[in-house]
Write a protein that binds this ligand. Structure first.
Ligand SMILES: [Mn+2]
Length: 287
């Protein structure tokens, strides 16, 4: 199955302000991000000379309702349905969640597609923690244990510094993983080429960005910061190198506005989303 974006295909950014079961600050963080992105896109839409002028006009922003813990089965179905609809319409989907749980229903939507899909997961952590303290209950650090993953759905981690998941268990959840030491071991372009080669075997590609993949010096505003992360420019270079007409969607999670006193983290996330929307529009226009 070949996926081609139609010329000027529209994009949708869905905000899911949920921070329970990990990163309670994520709820307010998503509201901050939605306001900041909405204001920025409105400025670009009002400015015909902006590269983002047409993109802003063709991007829909959507806010999910704030949910309580008991609504979890409902949000899982709701997000799944929203994302599956974007995939079916070939609408470029950016889902912004309070915590990394936003990725679970999105991965479930890929799991039921007939295409071969690869999720490139940028995350400091390998979210398949089977810890004695948190085994039963779904949370933002163990959701991969709750995913029924068919063989045609691949997950690759980039940028982890994980100290928890035992090495012998990593391949149960990830087809490949590139911890920061593997990224540092050679020029970044070589890694991007290797990943791009791997992605040729898939019809759909998804970028799952847990913002804690970044170094805390660049992104303090996350629920579970980890030292020695990627620089923002490294993340942007990898995304640029892997972005193609197969890129179907993006998830972004764990922004905590309460830990972002000067707004630098929010500024980066808005920049990142706008850059992804622009890249998608440019690729769609060439197709
Ligand atoms: Mn993480």
């Amino acid at each position: 199955v070949k996926r081609r974006a139609g010329a000027g295909a529209a994009s949708r950014v869905v905000f899911w302000p949920f921070g329970l079961f990990g990163n309670p600050g994520g709820e307010a963080g998503v509201l901050d991000l939605s306001q900041a992105l909405g204001a920025s896109l409105a400025e670009h839409e009002a400015e015909p000379a902006s590269r983002l002028h047409a993109v802003a006009a063709r991007t829909k922003l959507e806010m999910c309702e704030v949910l309580e813990a008991e609504d979890v089965p409902r949000w899982r179905r709701d997000l799944h349905r929203r994302f599956a609809r974007c995939l079916a319409r070939r609408e470029f989907a950016v889902f912004v969640g309070g915590n990394h749980l936003v990725a679970l229903p999105v991965l479930e939507a890929y799991a039921e597609r007939p295409e071969r899909a690869c999720v490139v997961s940028f995350d400091a952590h390998l979210d398949a923690y089977d810890l004695a303290a948190g085994r039963e209950r779904l949370n933002h650090g163990n959701f991969l244990l709750h995913l029924a993953r068919p063989p045609r759905l691949s997950i690759v981690n980039v940028g982890h510094r994980d100290l928890v998941l035992e090495r012998r268990r990593v391949r149960d959840f990830f087809d490949r993983d590139y911890p920061v030491e593997a990224i540092d071991a050679r020029p970044l372009d070589a890694l991007v080429r290797e990943l791009a080669r791997y992605l040729r075997g898939f019809d759909l590609v998804h970028f799952d960005i847990d913002l804690d993949v970044l170094d805390p010096s660049a992104m303090r505003a996350v629920g579970t910061p980890m030292p020695c992360g990627l620089a923002p420019r490294e993340l942007v270079r990898i995304l640029d190198g892997l972005f193609s007409e197969k890129t179907a969607g993006v998830t972004i999670s764990e922004y905590d506005g309460g830990r972002d006193p000067d707004g630098a983290g929010r500024h980066f996330v808005v920049f990142l989303i706008e850059r992804l929307l622009l890249r998608r529009a440019e690729i769609a226009a060439r197709a």
